[in-house]
Design a protein around this ligand. Structure first.
Ligand code: URA
Length: 217
């Protein structure tokens, strides 16, 4: 399936490097979540990675530590990535669709808020230039591949962005924490299937071996 994330030039298609982009984002004051007083939480991991994970929005732990996916969901995400050989700390790039915690009540980010941050997310994708995007949950799925159907219907499907990049929506780890069964057909079992396919495709596309755990290279 083909989507047009990159059809229009990004408004701030001007950053020369990852460092420049991240520094710029840290100085934003006109973003819709600035008034929350919460900090910019942009990424963790390796800006040279071939696999990028795009989540939803930072929560309390992420706001405290200034890094995405460092709470319970993040720990599970790391385990899932490691189960198929990815180095979850230094071999992947982890980011979100909204870059500040929406509020102290953990509400979902609004469409308007997500749309404000989208050009920045596009710049992150352009500059980091991963071979594969793993979209955890419905917000990144809607923003990046324009998919409005439920995640249960489309998870595990490959989408091709208009720049040729591949993206796969998968369950959000928080959903897996709420559904711990591992029976065949359960969300956890499906996630296991999906990440195995991601690893297979990563190898097929020549993803960097240096980003894998030593035993998985
Ligand atoms: N959930 C997300 O989607 N992102 C985070 O950074 C943390 C939890």
């Amino acid at each position: 399936m083909q989507f047009n994330l990159f059809e229009e030039p990004t408004p701030n298609d001007e950053f020369k490097s990852h460092e420049e982009l991240i520094n710029h984002m840290h100085q934003l004051t006109d973003d819709p979540l600035h008034s929350t007083g919460n900090r910019m939480v942009i990424y963790r991991g390796n800006p040279n990675a071939d696999l990028m994970i795009v989540g939803e929005a930072p929560g309390a732990n992420e706001d405290q530590q200034g890094k995405p996916y460092v709470g319970r969901s993040g720990k599970l995400l790391d385990k899932i990535l490691e189960s198929v050989g990815f180095d979850s700390q230094n071999g992947v790039y982890v980011t979100n669709t909204a870059f500040r915690r929406p509020s102290d009540t953990n509400r979902d980010p609004s469409q308007e808020e997500l749309d404000y941050y989208l050009p920045y997310l596009k710049e992150i994708i352009r500059i980091v230039d991963p071979k594969i995007l793993l979209l955890t949950g419905r917000f990144s799925m809607r923003q990046i591949i324009g998919e409005k159907r439920g995640i249960t219907k489309v998870r595990g499907t490959w989408y091709t962005l208009d720049d040729g990049r591949l993206a796969m929506p998968v369950f959000h780890p928080a959903y897996l924490l709420r559904n711990p069964s591992r029976k065949p057909g359960s969300p956890k079992a499906l996630m296991w299937q999906d990440v195995q396919e991601v690893r297979r495709k990563y190898d097929e596309l020549g993803g960097g071996r240096e980003f894998l755990l030593p035993h998985a290279r």
